[in-house]
Design a protein around this ligand. Structure first.
Ligand code: URA
Length: 235
């Protein structure tokens, strides 16, 4: 039998921080790694994929992620009567939710949330790297006024170092949202970002579609898909 050796790119060899499944923190939930999901990721990772296909297939993944995020919201029992006259003992969502997108790439996930949660309120937050301090810095935020009473689905497609996501959680907590009421949804996570984020906010759940190998020297996720914002918004 011939054995195959799959060559790794130099970037992966240099920076690989791969975590195996047993080491994934308990607050991290990965979508089921089905062949269908892998096919969707293969399309959006391919540098030859057109912008139209990138939009279509990344939207499909976003929809799956949002649905999974909603699985983590608490429910209470709810009894309804069906058209047959029978009583059905079911459940209903307990609290109100809102989305918060981390600009600009997170905005791409808003439509997917709206498809599933009609008329959902969505806040926005802009965080950028302060060139002097190299720290994530808040530039702008706008949230629903009652955000402290809501569950927050925090949206950002790429979890690289975790700097922006951690700053976003910090700002949300300053607005009265407890860390355990925040669910952070992303398409691809780097082990470095997961580890940074989970050690700082162990009670915030992370829903991710795929955990990649690591980061390169420019903090891009490897293998990743490049710059999500550019692939989505630039022709
Ligand atoms: N943001 C991106 O768009 N891509 C990465 O690989 C990392 C952060």
């Amino acid at each position: 039998m011939t054995s195959l050796t799959i060559p790794q790119s130099p970037a992966i060899q240099a920076t690989c921080a791969h975590i195996d499944d047993q080491k994934i923190p308990p607050s991290v939930f990965k979508l089921p790694q089905t062949a269908q999901l892998e096919a969707l990721y293969t399309i959006i990772r391919d540098k030859e994929t057109s912008r139209g296909d990138f939009l279509f297939y990344s939207d499909r993944i976003i929809r799956l992620l949002v649905e999974e995020g909603l699985n983590h919201l608490p429910v209470i029992s709810r009894v309804v009567e069906t058209p047959t006259g029978a009583t059905y003992h079911g459940v209903g969502f307990e609290g109100k939710i809102c989305g918060v997108s981390i600009l600009r790439a997170g905005e791409a996930m808003e439509a997917g949330l709206r498809e599933v949660c009609r008329s959902v309120r969505i806040g926005k937050i802009l965080i950028q790297r302060d060139e002097e301090t190299a720290q994530a810095k808040l530039f702008y935020s706008k949230f629903p006024s009652d955000i402290a009473k809501r569950y927050v689905l925090l949206l950002d497609p790429m979890l690289a170092t975790g700097g922006s996501a951690m700053k976003a959680v910090e700002v949300l907590m300053e607005h009265g949202v407890p860390a355990e009421r925040i669910i952070f949804i992303n398409l691809i996570a780097a082990p470095e970002g997961l580890s940074n984020f989970c050690s700082r906010y162990p009670t915030t759940k992370i829903i991710t579609g795929w955990i990649d190998e690591g980061l390169n020297e420019k903090s891009y996720i490897i293998p990743g898909l490049g710059d999500f914002g550019e692939r989505r918004y630039c022709l």
